[in-house]
Design a protein around this ligand. Structure first.
Ligand SMILES: Nc1ncnc2c1ncn2[C@@H]1O[C@H](COP(=O)(O)OP(=O)(O)OP(=O)(O)O)[C@@H](O)[C@H]1O
Ligand SMILES: [Mg+2]
Length: 328
């Protein structure tokens, strides 16, 4: 196994709200190897975006990462100065957001926005950065890039804007790409194209990628590893074949059943498990999934399950699910 490029250990991110402490991310750990794709799945509010924001230290106040480590090439990103962090963000670790319109600045041209990162991080002069921006627009499939480079965001369609954002994100050939539901704002036909583009580029650059998605079909097609989140915690984590073949957590089992029921993995939505997700503000003790869990026992309302890991690194947090083989 290759040395991980990113190692997240016991990360906790909380929002201090008037109603109490919202434990948006409550002890998440995972590793990412160079060139590999980790998909994060889970219902709305399960903490996927806050996990991504925490890694890049982009959590909005009153949110704060209160515990854990985010090790990138042996540096804990959580301890870097803001200046050091800025050097990594947009250069070594880049993010593609959900909504391309809010991520682009309406008063600068597309070309200027792609060139900005190249000038800041790679020291290219104006002309060289522009030439590279044109190349990048071509790479992401924008027709006539020499002319379109000078367009403003409103002159681009939704799909083209997302392509432009991907161009900006890969401009410095990052080690890690983080894409937070990069296609939800787009038409279904465009979604597939954009995902294919992201996957092709990720492979070509050999970047590692964290892809947040609701779509288990995407996970099955693109992921090497999958992290299933529930109410801010890891429900299950492991390599994608293992988790799909032998899901352990009753929540993951429910997700898998929802695919089989629909017989259409591409459209399988995670919402099809009955009951509402838990909002983790001052959460009661016990497992967050127990209210919806067909297998819950007494113990599940008394203590939250600690993650268990088998020898292959397949991890899950459930009192009831059985471990295969010996515990690592
Ligand atoms: N800026 C904020 N202020 C207060 N609470 C927040 C903020 N951002 C996120 N949260 C809360 O943190 C929890 C996790 O949110 P997050 O956005 O990570 O969910 P998600 O899994 O990305 O959901 P979705 O699939 O809808 O994008 C939610 O309960 C959310 O309400
Ligand atoms: Mg989100």
């Amino acid at each position: 196994m290759a040395e991980p490029i990113l190692r997240v250990e016991g990360m906790k991110t909380q929002f201090k709200l008037r109603a109490g402490t919202l434990k948006a991310v409550d002890g998440i750990s995972f590793t990412l190897e160079p060139g590999k794709v980790l998909c994060i799945v889970g219902e709305s509010g399960s903490g996927k975006s806050v996990t991504a924001q925490s890694i890049l230290r982009l959590v909005e106040p009153p949110g704060r990462v209160v515990e854990g480590r985010v090790l990138y090439r042996d540096k804990d990103l959580l301890t870097l100065s803001e200046r050091e962090m800025e050097r990594i963000r947009g250069d070594r670790i880049c993010m593609v957001f959900q909504d391309p319109m809010t991520s682009l600045n309406p008063v600068f041209t597309i070309g200027e926005q792609i060139a900005e990162g190249l000038r800041a991080h790679q020291g290219l002069n104006r002309a060289a950065a522009r030439a590279r921006a044109i190349e990048l627009l071509k790479l992401v499939g924008i027709p006539n890039p020499e002319a379109r480079c000078d367009d403003y965001p409103h002159q681009f369609s939704g799909g083209m804007r997302q392509r432009a954002l991907i161009a900006a994100a890969i401009a410095c050939e990052p080690d890690i790409l983080i894409a937070d539901e990069p296609t939800t704002a787009l038409d279904v036909t465009i979604q597939a194209q954009i995902l294919k583009l992201l996957a092709d580029l990720q492979r070509r650059l050999n970047s590692a990628m964290i892809l947040i998605t609701h779509d288990l079909g995407v996970v099955a097609n693109l992921a090497d590893q999958v992290l299933v989140m529930y109410a801010g915690r890891m429900a299950e984590y492991g390599d994608v074949q293992t988790v799909f073949r032998d899901p352990k957590h009753p929540y993951t089992v429910g997700l898998m059943n929802s695919i089989i029921r629909l017989e259409e993995p591409r459209d399988a939505e995670l919402r099809s498990i009955p009951g509402a997700p838990l909002v983790p503000i001052n959460p009661p003790p016990g497992c967050g999934f127990r209210f919806r869990c067909p297998k819950a026992i007494e113990r599940c309302s008394q203590e939250a399950p600690e993650p268990r890991v088998d020898r292959q690194g397949h991890a899950f947090a459930c009192h009831v699910a059985e471990l295969n083989g010996a515990q690592a």
